[in-house]
Design a protein around this ligand. Structure first.
Ligand code: SIN
Length: 487
């Protein structure tokens, strides 16, 4: 009997782990719109949080996750996350993945913001995401079919409203293709590229979430965006991330006069939860301060952070002389996304979402550092388990739209203009006025569901779809807060 077919969109850690879980029993196809390694997972520096130190325990990890998330987390999801964490680490080590260790083989634990204990496992110093992603890719059996440089443009449903396939185009020549499937998994990451200054990979334009919106999938907390306090800035633009682990090693956020910006702002000072640090820095910037990470107290910086060192060197940053890195907050992570249960199921039957594209509610309103790679592992395994438990009783027939408008019907803003409008409205501090301004700006354009076969146009359309939904969600939240404050 032919194996059931699973299509996975995205090859970061969530998509890749799901593929590995399903490879033996299913006909697995992975689609990426660019190179296989182009993902946020591969850029993750800090590591993966897990209470595996003998003095640590999942309960402490649980508490830290809730405190960072302002207790708005789905507690069941958090419990699963922290309890599964030590098993995930054990499995990875058993499979041969090498986390950084002391010379006598003891695991090294990094410290990041809002963790009450050093519990971040890392690899290659600051290259955990890249090494983990490669490790998973290297384990793909030949049966996993990789469709790189092929961008999914829409989800196809069957006559019962079940996910039943995708429409794609090859990014080099715009050739359109249709694929049927029994199960569809969205693992395309968040939407950091909606902002000009982001830590995210260039490919992260919210494509999977936009496709899910177009088939009516439930969406949750879409305006819950995390801003990382320390993106490295050169020539006025964000170049990349400077991991929170650098502050875990003693770096201090200072202004141009050397004043410690987090002193007196929070008991954890530089290692306060990310949203708190970012807000303090944002206000300092608005008051005219320049912001730096002072490295004076960090020993062996270059050995501990080889990737960051290479980024600074590529940009001729004189950090060895100044002992400082110029930084600013920038868009980093989407806590909201496609609403799922704890098995990755969306409101559309046979459509799953995992990783940053999904919203299980695990992160609350502010994700705890280094819980994202962990989330990718935990919930991709659970989604794969759910697929294995699901019986597809009949051959599904994806409905291929007969009439499509042509991409000529689409009118879209330039990417940088859109990013600037999004920054003004959906940044660290928001107002009804700026959100309404973004919505009326978007009204001047038209982004209908129609056939688009070039990636730049499709990305901008997806970004517009998300920007509109994010602004609506943020407006609703602001208004609700106002009502609550008045009553
Ligand atoms: C970092 O290394 O600062 C980022 C890790 C994360 O996003 O949790």
């Amino acid at each position: 009997m032919a194996k059931e077919k699973v299509i996975i969109l995205g090859a970061g850690i969530a998509g890749s782990q799901a593929a590995l879980e399903l490879a033996e029993d299913y006909d697995v196809h992975i689609f990426t719109k660019s190179a296989l390694l182009a993902s946020n997972s591969a850029l993750a520096q800090g590591g993966i949080a897990a209470a595996v130190h003998p003095d640590d325990e999942p309960l402490s990890h649980y508490r830290d996750t809730l405190i960072a998330g302002h207790f708005e987390n789905n507690r069941k999801a958090v419990r699963l996350l922290v309890e599964e964490a030590p098993h995930i680490i054990e499995e990875l080590r058993q499979a041969g993945f090498l986390f950084d260790c002391t010379p006598n083989g003891k695991l090294l634990f990094g410290l990041e913001g809002a963790h009450s204990a050093p519990r971040i496992l890392h690899a290659g110093g600051d290259q955990t995401g890249l090494l983990l992603t490669r490790f998973l890719h290297d384990r793909f059996p030949a049966s996993v079919k990789l469709h790189t440089y092929e961008m999914a443009s829409s989800i196809l449903l069957d006559q019962d409203g079940h996910a039943a396939g995708i429409r794609t185009f090859t990014t080099k020549d715009g050739h359109c293709h249709f694929y049927h499937c029994d199960h569809l998994i969205i693992a395309t990451g968040g939407a950091g590229q909606l902002f000009g200054n982001t830590s995210n990979d260039a490919s992260i334009t919210g494509d999977g979430i936009a496709m899910a919106i177009q088939v009516g999938a439930a969406i949750r907390d879409l305006s819950a965006i995390q801003f990382h306090p320390t993106l490295y800035f050169a020539n006025g633009r964000a170049v990349g991330l400077v991991s929170e682990a650098v502050r875990g090693q003693g770096a201090v956020l200072v202004d141009q006069s050397g004043r410690a910006l987090m002193a007196g702002e929070h008991p954890l000072a530089d290692l306060a939860p990310r949203d708190i640090v970012s807000k303090v820095l944002f206000r300092a910037q608005n008051a005219g301060c320049s912001i730096f990470l002072d490295l004076s107290k960090v020993t062996d910086f270059e050995a501990k952070f080889p990737h960051i060192t290479a980024m600074l060197d590529e940009n001729q940053e004189p950090f060895r002389q100044t002992k400082k890195i110029p930084v600013q907050p920038g868009a980093h992570f989407l806590m909201g996304g496609i609403a799922t249960n704890l098995s990755g199921q969306t409101s559309v039957p046979d459509l799953y979402a995992i990783g940053e594209a999904a919203s299980t509610g695990v992160h609350g309103s502010n994700r705890l550092a280094s819980n994202s790679l962990l989330e990718a592992f935990v919930f991709s395994k659970r989604a794969a388990d759910q697929i294995k438990r699901t019986t597809i009783s009949h051959k599904k027939m994806a409905i291929i739209p007969k009439k499509d408008c042509l991409s000529g019907g689409v009118s879209l803003p330039e990417r940088t203009l859109l990013q600037e409008k999004v920054r003004q409205a959906l940044g660290i501090e928001r107002s009804e006025e700026s959100l309404e301004h973004l919505l009326s700006f978007l009204k001047a354009y038209s982004f209908p569901s129609c056939q688009v076969v070039d990636s730049d146009t499709l990305e901008r359309r997806n970004m517009c779809i998300l920007a509109a939904r994010m602004a609506e969600n943020a407006l609703t939240q602001l208004r609700q807060t106002e009502i609550e404050m008045r009553s």
